[in-house]
Design a protein around this ligand. Structure first.
Ligand SMILES: Cc1ncc(C[n+]2csc(CCOP(=O)(O)OP(=O)(O)O)c2C)c(N)n1
Ligand code: SF4
Length: 289
């Protein structure tokens, strides 16, 4: 994982699949791409077997556009719908056992820091609400309280989508699902509140209604985790199958849920703010001739 491992060796371009050549020459590696230019550059994730219209897929694509250094990034995921797409992308992907993601990421990030002390390697956990706060709750909490330097992104579709509609800790109270026919008896877990208690440097809650904002949020979260400490993004990524949302209404649903209870929210520590301001200032400095 570095720009060198992605680049095509001299003389080999001719033998490589056109798509790979496009990815290297027109993809986001080693350069900044803008969400508004989607369609004009090769994306890291283009093919996937997720349900048509699934908002989680859109969110994952935007996430990969937001990564500040995709060539130096490793994603940890687990069982659940998201991994069906994430594992198809041209970013190294580690499939943690269900619930293990944040323990795997903690060890990996520490190992990478020892192996590459002068080169930032970004570790990102991207997993479902069930994977993170039900069976994965303990590793999630410990990675936060131990201040492990990586980003956790919860793909919060408020259900176990991949296994047919069981309730998760993130399902809202009273919700009736295929495999929760009596309705959920407990409140949706306040994971943002837990993140605050753990003192995370950056916490965001977001729905995929504003693509540029999604990419910017991911960029900030990954950069802050690189230098300061754990960061968390909780993303509403509806399950149109288990919630019976017609494909054409998926974005209407996202906008409604955002308005009612999932408005954009960002908490950023002073240290993290100063760090981002420093990076932005550096980026604006003229390059010496
Ligand atoms: C240890 C273990 N227990 C249970 C499962 C079965 N399993 C696979 S995916 C899944 C639920 C996924 O739900 P969530 O994490 O919310 O992701 P989603 O599919 O909704 O995106 C479960 C229980 C498993 N793979 N491993
Ligand atoms: S089951 Fe739900 S979350 Fe999973 S891919 Fe289909 S729509 Fe998306």
């Amino acid at each position: 994982m570095s720009l060198n491992t992605i680049k095509i060796a001299e003389g080999f371009s001719h033998f490589m699949p056109k798509e790979y050549v496009d990815l290297v020459e027109k993809g986001p590696y080693g350069r900044t791409v803008k969400v508004s230019d989607m369609g004009s550059f090769k994306e890291i994730l283009e093919e996937h077997p997720m349900c048509a219209g699934c908002a989680m897929t859109l969110f994952i694509r935007l996430t990969m556009i937001g990564f500040p250094s995709p060539e130096n990034t490793i994603i940890i995921g687990t069982a659940g719908c998201g991994r069906l797409a994430i594992s198809q992308a041209n970013i190294p992907f580690i499939y943690g056992n269900y619930g293990d993601t944040n323990a795997v990421a903690s060890g990996l990030k520490r190992g990478l820091s020892i192996r590459h002390p002068d080169q930032p390697k970004d570790v990102v956990v991207m997993a479902g609400d069930g994977g993170l706060v039900d069976i994965g709750f303990s590793p999630l909490m410990h990675s936060w309280f131990r201040k492990e330097k990586f980003t956790t992104i919860m793909l919060d579709n408020e259900v176990y989508g991949n296994t047919g509609g069981q309730e998760s800790g993130m399902t809202t109270k009273g919700m009736v699902l295929k495999m929760a026919p009596l309705g959920k008896k407990f409140e949706k877990m306040d994971v943002i509140g837990l993140a605050k208690t753990a003192g995370l440097s950056y916490i965001a809650r977001i729905a995929p209604t504003n693509p540029t904002r999604v990419a910017n949020t991911v960029r900030k979260a990954v950069l802050i985790a690189r230098e300061i400490g754990p960061t968390y993004i909780q993303a509403y990524t509806s399950c149109n199958i288990e919630y019976a949302i017609p494909t054409a209404k998926v974005m209407d649903d996202a906008r409604n849920v955002e308005k009612e209870r999932y408005g954009f929210m960002e908490i950023i520590s002073d240290e993290a703010k100063e760090y981002l301001a420093r990076i932005d200032k550096e980026a604006k400095k003229p390059v010496p001739a």
